[in-house]
Design a protein around this ligand. Sequence first.
Ligand code: PGA
Length: 261
Amino acid sequence: MRQQAGGNGSARRRLVVGNWKMAAGAAQLDELSAIAAAAARVAADVVICPPMPLVPLAGGRGLGVGAQDCHHLAGGAYTGCTSAALLRELGVSHVILGHSERRRDLGETDALVRAKAEAALAAGLLPILCVGEAAAERDAGRAEAFVTGQVAAALPADPGDRPLAIAYEPVWSIGTGLTPTPHDIGRMHGAIRRTLVAALGAMRADAVPILYGGSVAGGNAATLLGVGDVDGLLVGGASLRARDFVPIVDAVGGGPALLAA
Ligand code: PGA
């Protein structure tokens, strides 16, 4: 597998994820060819997470396809929900879980996120576990304890060697144009990494990419990717249009040819 040094020098392939939320219609799929062309020239996996009905239409276009959620059970009488296994059947590779909008609007708890992560792993999907503090926790100086608590509580019990990712998304940064300083992001990602080491052991933890998300844009992507322990980006608003997302993808740099070894 091709890999690239992550922010701390470890061998983790970078991951750039576009979260289209509920902001996309079918016409949005036209953006994917330019995004795929950018993805082909950088050393990262680039994954688009469209609204659920667009998932089958987003495949076969040169990009990874992710979902924005899945149910925590394998199947049954759960109106309106989608199982991880069906997503896998449709060619989905990644699933965002525990996004702060779902925690806020639908009351998703760490325990539910953990159950969803376990369902995703069982189905062969790569779960992207979202964590992040609200402004109140940051102002009270409790951001690190809050976020690492979320990580510890939402991690699947026994992931084994199956791949998973964490996305650190400060709630106050999402859609606001505000981001933490690179120093603060580096500290938080370091704390998350230590939490992963405590839970999974050093070798396993080292393989888990930690993404940053929240107001990522073409103008700040390179800076964010340069922060130690930042292994990729989770992008909302700026992933909707190729003209905004392509500069973010390009900020990864390092074409595939450089990675052949
Ligand atoms: P944003 O959203 O990039 O629009 O801030 C990020 C997210 O919610 O994943």
